[in-house]
Design a protein around this ligand. Structure first.
Ligand SMILES: *Cc1c(COP(=O)(O)O)cnc(C)c1O
Length: 354
């Protein structure tokens, strides 16, 4: 891949500290870009100063939502080295997301090369304070200028980067979850397994409703029977019930999280059995009532592990782990972040040095 690189206009000026800086609020001085046309394929790979993107108002992304994205982080280890965590899996998922939305696909190996080159160039922006990282947001969108609905011809691929502080400035904290009964996030045969912006737009109304009612996030049920657990907010979800960890199986409406897959491997190594299966909300609430629901947590790149302190269904609150962080949630968080920051051995070769 031939990448043209424009140096920053002035010496990079990363913030002295990320304390008090919200997630995804500040950005580095440059971005990665590439374009796709049927004639040239992917071309014009470039690292250029961060700027607004100028698009015709008839551009298809504004009207028909042809957009997909990824989310991963670059971590600075104590020895100063910079690492990525399972980036090829993000590249593979972007490939699948593009396929679902009819967008041109970038080979996963090219994705990794683009991410690595960009992070190497933006290295001064990878923060060094504990539990901080450089959050990377690759995205692909249609650039065709035409209101007729046709197959996509032209697209762009970008990566922007945002230095982010610890998701938990005051330590791992349990969240309060409302089980959503009306809206659904995704359906089988739809776009749930693709990381597309439209899924997030569809989730906004219920999320805002839950926040107004004093909850942190919603627990999504399946779109057909409104009965089976799917995800929590924009994270995968896991429950420890009677000593076994249960997580919804990947049926097409659920996003195949890389943190989810990492958790499954680590849980099995801890000697816990993991069941990937359908989980009925009645079974979950019965377990909460009888005390066999020992722990629940969400998992995703941004928060890593988000322990669930309570579940609310039709206005009734069910505490989980007595509203505290359970030992398995804590152990997963410590193990995953330990591997990412180089404090623990990387037995599965998940870490890639930049
Ligand atoms: C990105 C995402 C996840 C988590 O995926 P990771 O690869 O673990 O970051 C889970 N659910 C949804 C809906 C997502 O968009």
């Amino acid at each position: 891949m031939d990448i043209s690189i424009t140096a920053p206009a002035s010496p990079p000026a990363p913030p002295a500290t990320l304390k008090g800086v919200g997630f995804g609020r500040i950005f580095t001085d440059r971005m990665f870009a590439a374009d796709f046309s049927p004639e040239k394929g992917w071309h014009d790979f470039r690292i250029i100063p961060l700027s607004n993107i100028s698009l015709h108002p008839a551009c298809c992304v504004f009207h028909y939502g042809a957009e997909v994205f990824e989310g991963l982080k670059a971590y600075r280890a104590e020895d100063g080295s910079i690492r990525l965590f399972r980036p090829l899996d993000n590249g593979r998922r972007l490939w699948n997301s593009c396929e679902r939305m009819g967008l041109p696909q970038l080979p996963p190996e090219d994705f990794v090369e683009a991410v690595r080159t960009f992070v190497r160039e933006e290295a001064p922006w990878v923060p060094g304070e504990p539990n901080t990282s450089l959050y990377l947001r690759p995205f692909v969108f249609c650039t065709d200028v035409q209101l007729g609905v046709h197959g996509i011809r032209n697209a762009s691929f970008y990566i922007i980067a945002s230095p982010v502080g610890s998701y938990y400035p005051h330590g791992l904290a349990p969240v309060h979850i409302a089980i959503e009964r009306e809206d659904v996030r995704a359906v089988r045969g739809g776009t749930g397994y693709a990381k597309c912006g439209g899924n997030y737009a569809a989730a906004t109304r219920a999320t805002v409703k839950a926040e107004k009612a004093g909850y942190d996030q919603v627990l999504w049920l399946d779109g057909v029977e409104r009965r089976y657990i799917e995800e929590v907010g924009a994270m995968n979800v896991m429950f420890k019930i009677g000593g076994t960890v249960v997580t919804p199986s990947l049926t097409g409406s659920i996003l195949p999280g890389i943190t989810r897959s990492t958790c499954i491997t680590l849980l099995e190594e801890m000697g816990l059995s993991v069941e990937e299966r359908r989980l009925d909300v009645t079974e979950l609430l019965d377990a909460a009532k009888s005390g066999t629901l020992e722990e629940a947590w969400g998992c995703g790149t941004a928060a890593v592990i988000s322990p669930i302190g309570s579940l609310s269904f039709d206005g009734v609150d069910y505490p989980v782990s007595g509203g505290n962080i359970g030992p398995v949630s804590q152990k997963l968080y410590d193990t995953i972040t330990g591997i990412q920051y180089g404090r623990l051995p990387d037995a599965h070769e998940w870490v890639m040095r930049v």
